[in-house]
Design a protein around this ligand. Structure first.
Ligand code: C2O
Ligand code: CU
Ligand code: CU
Length: 517
C-alpha cells in the first residue's frame, strides 16, 4: 500500500492531565465536547474533530481509590455538522478498498444521512451508580449537560472514558471522543512501579484519511465501511492521537499501559527490532489488564491479543537495548480472526538513548492478590448467543434481540452468575459488561465436530479481573460475574462499536435482593 505518510515523523504525545476545578472531598471536573482542529501527523493539515476540552485524546483524569470524582459533561458543540461523514461501500469481489486511503472509485459507494449532534460520556470499567453510567438513549444535544458521579470503590486500574450515544457511538468515538482515566491506590503505589515520565499510556486507534483530487490527504478523517462486513478498519494506526509516532526512552524499565481504543480492529502486539521485524525483543513483562494488577508478573513470550476495549499493563525493560530502535508491531488480521485485510503492522517506535544501563531492575515477585470467584455459589447460568440478523445485513443481535427489546437479565445484587457467550458467527466479538469486573472461566467448542481455529486456552492477559472478553468463533466462552456494588439498569454489548450500534447491545438490571422477581 502507498502509505502517503512517513512513519515515525512525530513524537508520541502524552494527553494532558486535567486539574480538578475544586477538591472539596470530591474532585470536580468539567468535560466540554467541542469541535477542534488537531494535527495527527506533521505532514498533514489539521483535522477537524470532536474533542473533550479541545484535545485529542481527551485530557487524562487521575483518580484515587475511595476518593469520588464528579464530571460535568457538557455538550458545547455549535451548529457545525458532525466532522465524520459515513460512506458505505459495496466493493467488487476481492476488493478491500476500505483499507486504502481516500474514497476510491472502485465499487459502489453511498453516503449515509447526517449524524446527530448528540453525545453522552461513559466511564468504561467503572463501578458506578446507574444514573452516572451514560445511558445511550439519554444522549445530550448542544446546550445540555449532566454531572456524573464516580465513587471509585474499586482497585487501581486503567479505565477510559468514551462517548456512548445511541446509534452513533462508532462515529462519535472515531471523531475523537475518548480519553484515559487512571485510577490509583496505595497498594499499587507501594510496589514502586515506573512512574512519571517512565509511565506511558498508549491508546491505539485506527483511522482513514480523505484525499483531494490530486490524491493528497486533506487532513479530514474518512469513515468508510465495506459491506457486508460493516466494521471500520483504517490504514493508519494512531497512538495517543498521532499517526505512527516515536518516543525516545532511556535504557531503563518503563510501564506501558496499552488500550485498544479502535472501533473494530484487534491488535496482536509484539516488540521487535525496527529493522528486522522477525527479531522479537525479549523485554516485556505482563503485570496487569482491564481490572488492574495481576497476582504476579509474567514474562511475555507470545504476541498479546487486544480486542477493542481491552487493556494490558506491561513493564518494558529497555535496559539491554541502549542505542537501539524498537518497534511495537501488530500482526492481527482484520476482521479478526479470519479477515484478509492488511494487518497495519506498524504501531510505533521506541528510540532507546545511549547511556548507562542500570541493569535490569527486579520487579516485585507479588503484585496484587486475586481471589477466584466462588462459582459453587452461582445462582444461575445464562446463555447468550451472538448472532447476525439473517433478515437485515449488517445487523447483529444477542439472543435474537436488540437494545430496545426489553430486559431479560435481572441478576440480584451480590449474586454470582455464570454467563456463557455462544458465538456461531465468523468474527471474534469482544463482549463487555458495564458496572462489573468478571473472571474468565473457560472456553469450549460449540460443535466438537467443527472445532474453531482459535485456541481454547485462557491467556495470561485474560487472568484476573476483566471487563471485556474475546468470544471467538465456534466457541462458548464462560465468565463468572458477581453483580454489584450498585443496583440499577446497565448494559452489556460487543465492543466492536459498529456492532454495538447495530444492535449487539442489551440492557440488564441489577435488582435489590429483597425485591422478588
Ligand atoms: Cu467501553 Cu459500553 O463501553
Ligand atoms: Cu463500558
Ligand atoms: Cu461484535
Amino acid at each position: 500500500m502507498d502509505r502517503l505518510l512517513a512513519p515515525f515523523r512525530d513524537q508520541l504525545r502524552r494527553p494532558p492531565v486535567l486539574s480538578p476545578l475544586t477538591r472539596h472531598g470530591i474532585d470536580h471536573y468539567r468535560m466540554e465536547v467541542c469541535a477542534a482542529q488537531v494535527r495527527l501527523h506533521a505532514d498533514l493539515p489539521a483535522t477537524p474533530l470532536w474533542t473533550y476540552n479541545g484535545v485529542y485524546p481527551g485530557p487524562t483524569i487521575e483518580a484515587f481509590r475511595g476518593r469520588p470524582v464528579a464530571i460535568e459533561w457538557v455538550n458545547a458543540l455549535g451548529v457545525e455538522r458532525h466532522p465524520i461523514r459515513t460512506f458505505i461501500g459495496y466493493p467488487t469481489a476481492n476488493e478491500t478498498s476500505q483499507s486504502r486511503p481516500g474514497r476510491d472509485a472502485t465499487g459502489r459507494w453511498s453516503e449515509q444521512g447526517p449524524l446527530l449532534r448528540w453525545v453522552i460520556g461513559h466511564l468504561h470499567g467503572a463501578a458506578v451508580p446507574a444514573q452516572s453510567d451514560g445511558w445511550p438513549d439519554n444522549a445530550m444535544f448542544p446546550g445540555m449537560s449532566v454531572t456524573g458521579c464516580y465513587p471509585n470503590p474499586q482497585r487501581a486500574a486503567l479505565l477510559w472514558y468514551h462517548d456512548h450515544a445511541m446509534g452513533q457511538t462508532a462515529q462519535n468515538v472515531y471523531a475523537g471522543l475518548a480519553g484515559l482515566y487512571v485510577l490509583r491506590d496505595d497498594e499499587e503505589a507501594a510496589l514502586e512501579l515506573p512512574l512519571g515520565e517512565h509511565e506511558l499510556p498508549l491508546l491505539l486507534q485506527d483511522r482513514n484519511l480523505d484525499l483531494d483530487a490530486e490524491g493528497r490527504p486533506t487532513g479530514a478523517l474518512l469513515y468508510k465501511l465495506d459491506q457486508p462486513h460493516g466494521e471500520f478498519y483504517g490504514p493508519y494506526t494512531l497512538v495517543n492521537g498521532t499517526i505512527w509516532p516515536f518516543v525516545e526512552v532511556s535504557p531503563v524499565p518503563y510501564r506501558l499501559r496499552i488500550i485498544n481504543g479502535s472501533n473494530a480492529r484487534f491488535y496482536r502486539v509484539t516488540l521487535v527490532d525496527d529493522q528486522d521485524h522477525d527479531d522479537q525483543v525479549d523485554a516485556l513483562t505482563l503485570i496487569g489488564n482491564d481490572g488492574g494488577l495481576l497476582p504476579a508478573p509474567a514474562p511475555v513470550r507470545d504476541a498479546m491479543l487486544l480486542g477493542p476495549g481491552e487493556r494490558v499493563d506491561i513493564i518494558a525493560d529497555f535496559g539491554g537495548y541502549a542505542g537501539r530502535r524498537l518497534m511495537l508491531r501488530n500482526d492481527a488480521p482484520a476482521p479478526y480472526p479470519s479477515g484478509g485485510a492488511p494487518s497495519n503492522e506498524v504501531v510505533m517506535q521506541f528510540r532507546v538513548t545511549e547511556g548507562v544501563t542500570r541493569g535490569s531492575v527486579a520487579l516485585p515477585e507479588a503484585l496484587s492478590p486475586i481471589d477466584p470467584i466462588a462459582i459453587e455459589a452461582s445462582t444461575v447460568t445464562r446463555v447468550i448467543t451472538l448472532e447476525e440478523d439473517p433478515a437485515v445485513p449488517g445487523m447483529m443481535r444477542l439472543n435474537g434481540k436488540g437494545f430496545h427489546d426489553g430486559v431479560d437479565e435481572m441478576p440480584r445484587l451480590g449474586d454470582t452468575e455464570i454467563w456463557e457467550f455462544r458465538n456461531p458467527t465468523e468474527d471474534t466479538h469482544p463482549m463487555h459488561l458495564h458496572l462489573v469486573a468478571f473472571q474468565v472461566l473457560s472456553r469450549a467448542h460449540l460443535d466438537p465436530g467443527q472445532p474453531s481455529s482459535q485456541p481454547l486456552a485462557i491467556l495470561n492477559t485474560e487472568r484476573g479481573w476483566k471487563d471485556v472478553v474475546c468470544c471467538h468463533p465456534g466457541q462458548a466462552t464462560r465468565i463468572a460475574v458477581r453483580f454489584g456494588p450498585f443496583t440499577g439498569q446497565y448494559m452489556y454489548h460487543c465492543h466492536i462499536l459498529e456492532h454495538e450500534d447495530h444492535d449487539m447491545m442489551r440492557p440488564y438490571v441489577v435488582v435489590p435482593p429483597e425485591m422478588s422477581m
